[in-house]
Design a protein. Structure first.
Lengths: 354, 258
């Protein structure tokens, strides 16, 4: 809606103290543009975010007016996702929530310490309360924010570990019934003492976090399974599931024709769809590697971890922790992008200005 | 497979009228006579072959029994229906072979994902479904002076009759036209009324846009450029979601005239 903002979060391009051009849409303008983009099939729906103008209540009111116009005057019934403004009155949040499909509140950073440091205008308690309020209202009324609640945090602007980030996600999924957590790689747009001097946004790390997030939600993994005791961060060259499998080689190789669905989905490279295909097809025939390939089940990673009718497709020498780690790292796509970045300690004495 | 020995293979080409009902009529004949023709082809694609007999298949009004039989599995019926609109030259025979196996294995067939017969049908059906899904997102309408919404596209598969319902739901009170300019086939929709016409006679250079049209298409192009985050540019990822073959009629990919 606007890039005007009264807050001064260190990492944000729209922070109050940045000298940039500011602009603002009226609710009518947003509604008019949305409906005309929708008619032309440019868009599926509206994602409405905003800087904080005047105060949280005023901002939320403008957001409410926009969605009200869209639903009532313009008869727009497509998808609407709005940002809930932390600190806005519950009454406003409630009225808005009845008109939108999704509402999200960004927790911004994975820990209280980093939030206090980088976004001092934002308050952990208020953020948590906003999320809890929406979560409770959803339980009471299925028409309230009917596509559920989500949140977002920045990755790489603080020294929080992957383990910490995913533990937070796991807890939020459990306690708040969130639909999604979004992990947004930090893009350095400002210079500041407190921000890391990243050369590039940590896109590979972001991808690994999403892969792990999927493991938590759909593959019955618990956060603690994904990390070793001394290893609170991922090896970015290998996907998290392969990482887990290599550290748990005693569970492999698995025989494709006999293991359960829950075991199948633990095999690196085998997703929910492939697991279902296998379960269905093996009722009629003992599956071979040829069958799996014909069914478009990718064996690139899986073939180190499975047998078909007792046969192991690759050399048995491969079945070794170190060799598998190196092989999978070499074969993975991350080799193509050389992720060079320096993550400096937030609390270190290093001078990160040029 | 052993059960195939109960079928006769005959040296005849069945020619049907090109419609879905037509191909079902041909397949009905196969199931009734237990004779599998050399080829089933539509009248529009028939290439005369001196060495094969031909048989014109009349489209029966009632293919109900066959449709009922196929609809015992919604998944199977829908897969076959989509496959019919495929660009594949072998689609009729792929569908026929599948139905012959279906006659034997019934609903179980859908789970036999290792069989070539199943793989081939699923492949072409999936291609059609994929293209429908993509074009539901990538079709771009322009508002004409008469307030009609007009969209052009060039699909590889014949999908215009598969996607119009999506837009009927989206635009319940509008008059819209979707024009397949490869096949010169356009669908006209106004509320519940639908008409498929031959669009070869339309002179597309005469299509006049409304006054507001340029305003909104320019805003869209501006928005498309503005939301890009340079540090996250990933051409490969972009092409995964938006293959280049869909760019031709996308407003946001139009070259600016200046």
């Amino acid at each position: 809606m606007t890039n005007i903002c009264i807050y001064d979060c260190k990492y944000c391009i729209n922070r109050r103290t940045n000298r940039i051009e500011r602009a603002i849409f009226t609710p009518e303008e947003i509604a008019e543009i949305t409906i005309n983009f929708y008619r032309r099939n440019y868009i599926e729906g509206l994602f409405l975010s905003s800087g904080i103008i005047k105060n949280p209540d005023y901002t939320m009111l403008k957001i409410y007016e926009t969605v009200k116009l869209l639903r009532e005057k313009y008869k727009f019934y497509g998808y609407i996702h709005v940002k809930g403004i932390p600190g806005a009155s519950q009454e406003l949040v409630k009225k808005t929530g009845l008109l939108v499909d999704r509402m999200s509140v960004n927790i911004e950073l994975p820990s209280n310490t980093s939030l206090k440091l980088l976004a001092p205008d934002k308050n952990t308690d208020i953020l948590a309360d906003s999320l809890k309020y929406v979560s409770n209202e959803i339980k009471k009324d299925k028409n309230f924010v009917r596509a559920g609640q989500s949140t977002q945090m920045i990755i790489g602007a603080s020294d929080d570990t992957d383990h910490k980030i995913l533990t937070l996600s796991q807890n939020m999924y459990k306690k708040l019934n969130l639909k999604r957590v979004y992990y947004s790689a930090y893009v350095p747009v400002n210079q500041d003492n407190l921000l890391p001097a990243l050369v590039e946004p940590p896109l590979v790390r972001e991808n690994r976090l999403y892969q792990a997030d999927w493991l938590l939600r759909f593959y019955n993994f618990n956060v603690d399974e994904l990390f070793g005791v001394d290893d609170p961060n991922f090896n970015y060259q290998i996907d998290p599931k392969s990482n887990w499998a290599i550290r748990n080689l005693n569970k492999f190789p698995m025989e494709i024709n006999t293991v359960s669905y829950d075991e199948l989905i633990r095999i690196p490279g085998i997703g929910l769809t492939s697991a279902n295909k296998i379960i269905k097809a093996r009722k009629y025939k003992k599956l071979t590697f040829e069958d799996l390939k014909k069914m478009h089940i990718s064996l690139k990673r899986a073939h180190y971890f499975i047998t078909c009718n007792g046969k192991y497709e690759v050399s048995t020498n491969m079945f070794d922790k170190k060799i598998l780690t190196n092989t999978l790292a070499l074969e993975s796509n991350t080799q193509q992008k050389d992720q060079k970045y320096v993550q400096l300690s937030l609390f270190g004495e290093d001078d990160i200005h040029e | 497979m052993i059960f195939m020995s109960k079928w006769n293979f005959i040296d005849t080409t069945y020619i049907y009228d090109g419609s879905f009902e037509g191909v079902l009529s041909a397949i009905n004949k196969v199931l009734n006579t237990r004779e599998i023709p050399y080829l089933i082809t539509s009248i529009n694609h028939y290439v005369p072959d001196l060495f094969k007999n031909t048989l014109i298949i009349e489209t029966e009004d009632e293919n109900n029994k066959l449709i009922e039989f196929l609809k015992q599995s919604d998944e199977i019926y829908y897969t076959i229906y989509l496959a019919f609109f495929s660009k594949s030259a072998d689609k009729e025979m792929i569908i026929l072979k599948y139905i012959v196996y279906y006659d034997k294995y019934k609903r179980d067939l859908v789970n036999m994902k290792h069989l070539d017969v199943v793989i081939n049908l699923n492949k072409i059906s999936k291609e059609v479904a994929y293209e429908c899904h993509k074009f539901k997102g990538f079709l771009r309408f322009s508002e004409l002076k008469s307030k009609i919404l007009y969209a052009e596209f060039e699909p590889q598969n014949d999908i215009v009759s598969l996607i119009y319902k999506h837009f009927q739901d989206r635009l319940p009170n509008e008059f819209f036209i979707i024009n397949d300019i490869l096949r010169n086939k356009a669908i006209l929709c106004h509320k519940n009324e639908v008409m498929i016409v031959d669009s070869s006679s339309i002179d597309r250079s005469f299509i006049l846009k409304s006054q507001a049209e340029n305003l909104f298409s320019d805003m869209w192009k501006g928005f498309f450029k503005a939301i890009a985050i340079e540090e996250r540019t990933n051409r490969r990822c972009q092409m995964n979601f938006m293959p280049k073959r869909f760019w031709k009629h996308l407003t946001e990919m139009e070259k600016d005239d200046e």
